[in-house]
Design a protein around this ligand. Structure first.
Ligand code: 13P
Length: 283
């Protein structure tokens, strides 16, 4: 069934687990995520980036998720990840997305608040969950200095102001996490996360979770993270299998024989994450 992300995450917060948001880019990736959720009896969030939504088509992806959700008792939400344009927010909400992120984090605090508040004013009246981001969750550039890294992290006092003034349901935090493949082992600032948790009662989100060690992921959940975003690990699993098949057989041309096994490998990764996030068996 199709649900809002807010109701999934409120249950996760109470139950001390996290719901995975898995970014999908192809129909096979969408199937892998939904089948994994069914097999693990886990709630799940299907994520599409702003670029991705227009790659498959916002209405197309919304229709596919709606049909899949109607056919199962697993709670599924459909989320716009890192939306930057209010126009995209409106389009996704009209198409039936049940959750949107408005990402104004590249702006100074006051501008981020203004953009996010505008996004929340568009989404909330439709009962659509709203996620905002404070601090910058960058890529994994190794040119970044320690002081730049510190400056990009979420300030707990600003988090309190941001949540109060924007009305977001969920807050994506920057605590040493980054998108993409980490150069070394990522070190999350758990004291900062504890301080943020003390200051805000909103639902807390961890982006860039591919490559974060399992014990750190579970510690973040223990402190209060209840949504975890995964993209890179899925892409690597999917494409590694595609690459292997093509390398082993230069004559193969049936897409099902290439993408089918890739879907299976990706599904295993999703299932492992559901175990790790402790959302498996929660339906
Ligand atoms: P990764 O690609 O690092 O898993 O990050 C995903 C993410 O946070 C999407 O918003």
């Amino acid at each position: 069934m199709l649900v809002t992300m807010k109701e999934q995450l409120q249950k996760a917060k109470e139950g001390k687990y996290a719901v995975g948001m898995f970014n999908v880019m192809t129909v096979e990736m969408l199937q892998a995520v939904i089948e994994a959720a069914e097999e693990m009896r886990s709630p799940v969030i299907v994520g599409t980036s702003e670029g991705m939504a227009s790659y498959i088509g916002i209405k197309n992806i919304a229709a596919m998720v709606k049909i899949a959700a109607e056919a199962t008792d697993i709670p599924i939400s459909l989320h716009l990840d890192h939306g930057t344009k209010l126009e995209t927010l409106k389009k996704t909400i009209d198409a039936g997305y049940t959750s949107v992120m408005i990402d104004g984090s590249k702006n100074p605090l006051e501008e981020n608040i203004a953009i996010t508040r505008e996004g929340a004013a568009i989404a909330s009246p439709h009962g659509v969950t709203v996620e905002g981001e404070l601090g910058r969750i960058s890529g994994t550039e190794d040119t970044i200095s320690v002081s730049e890294r510190e400056a990009s992290m979420t300030m707990p006092d600003e988090a309190e102001k941001f949540v109060a003034e924007t009305g977001v349901d969920c807050l994506a935090v920057s605590i040493g996490n980054a998108h993409g493949i980490y150069k070394g082992e990522p070190k999350l600032d758990f004291d900062r996360l504890r301080e943020i948790k003390k200051r805000v009662s909103t639902l807390l989100v961890l982006h860039g979770a591919s490559g974060i060690p399992d014990d750190a992921v579970q510690e973040a959940i223990t402190i209060g993270i209840c949504k975890i975003n995964i993209a890179t690990d899925l892409q690597v699993a999917f494409i590694s299998r595609v690459r292997k098949i093509l390398e082993n057989d230069s004559k193969i041309y049936d897409p099902r024989k290439i993408l089918g096994p890739a879907e299976e490998d990706m599904k295993s990764v999703v299932k492992n994450k559901m175990e790790l996030f402790m959302s498996a068996g929660k339906v």
